[in-house]
Write a protein that binds this ligand. Structure first.
Ligand code: G1P
Length: 275
């Protein structure tokens, strides 16, 4: 039912310098697969087969990754090494990949708005590929959220409980509990200062958004850090209608930080890697 998924991938990856000096952070490998491919596979598994990338300068290798490499295909064809290409060939067979460039970095809300021409007037998923979400043996997080969307038909954010001292790194929600792990959002704050978080339910980088979010984003003034914040637009949407927050099944790794990235690497190597 939800056909498209937006991937904001224009960020600089400062925390991984110098590795990210000339390479997009989304192409850093977790074992043998670039971070962004995990997110794309999650979207495809949720039935979202058009993946829309909001890219920027220096991100061309992402576009190349989701295309055929004729030279490589030719070299490897018929050799024992063909199996190494299996996962990316599967992705290419299942998906359509579109791109638009974000010329200025004005925040996540601005990145989402930049993707509007690729998404159009329909509900869509959003993956922040820094958050690697794995639910081995069950539905991926976006598939779980797409099922909820079919029921509620409103925007949904993924949440996870975090220790109070970590809340300042996230968008934090507060709301009315509808059932275990499902809330109707009443308040939402982007990166609250220490001691001011409305709860310990932090937004993780998976969203389903209804397309009226674009109109709201156009009218959303810069917020935290002078950036146009998706969190602020979602609060407006929650007040005008409805936004749900969903505590997902699965494990999440913060691959935007070095310790989270290392943890993800160890987890994938020990549990999912097949030679
Ligand atoms: C973004 C969002 C924030 C959310 C986080 C999840 O922040 O603005 O609300 O909690 O992603 O990873 P960023 O980490 O890009 O600063």
């Amino acid at each position: 039912m939800i056909e498209k998924c937006l991937f904001p991938v224009a960020g600089y990856g400062t925390r991984f310098l110098p590795a990210t000096k000339s390479m997009p952070k989304e192409m850093l490998p977790v074992v043998n697969k670039p971070l962004v491919q995990y997110g794309v596979e999650e979207a495809l598994d949720a039935g979202m087969n058009t993946c829309c990338f909001v890219t920027g300068r220096g991100k061309r290798s992402i576009a190349d990754h989701f295309d055929i490499s004729y030279e490589l295909e030719h070299q490897i064809s018929g050799s024992g090494k063909e199996s190494y290409l299996k996962s990316i060939r599967d992705v290419l067979d299942r998906g359509v990949f579109t791109m638009v460039r974000q010329r200025e970095m004005r925040g996540l809300g601005h990145a989402i708005l930049t993707g509007e021409p690729l998404v159009g007037n329909q509900p869509f998923g959003v993956v922040l590929s820094d958050d690697l979400c794995l639910n081995t043996g069950g539905d991926g997080v976006l598939a779980q959220m797409a099922k909820l969307y079919a029921q509620f038909r409103c925007s949904i954010v993924a949440i996870q409980e975090v220790p109070p001292e970590e809340a300042h790194k996230y968008g934090v929600i507060a709301g009315e509990s509808l059932r275990d792990g499902l809330y109707r959002v009443e308040d939402m704050v982007e990166k609250p200062p220490a001691g001011e978080a409305p709860s310990n339910q932090a937004i993780i980088g998976r969203y389903i958004l209804t397309p009226d979010i674009f109109e709201i984003l156009r009218d959303t003034p810069p917020g935290k850090n002078g950036e146009i914040q998706l969190t602020d637009a979602l609060l407006t949407q929650a007040k005008q209608g409805c936004v749900m927050a969903y505590r997902f099944q699965g494990k999440r790794f913060d691959c935007g930080s070095v310790p989270g990235f290392v943890e993800a690497t160890n987890h994938v190597y020990e549990n999912l890697y097949e030679e």
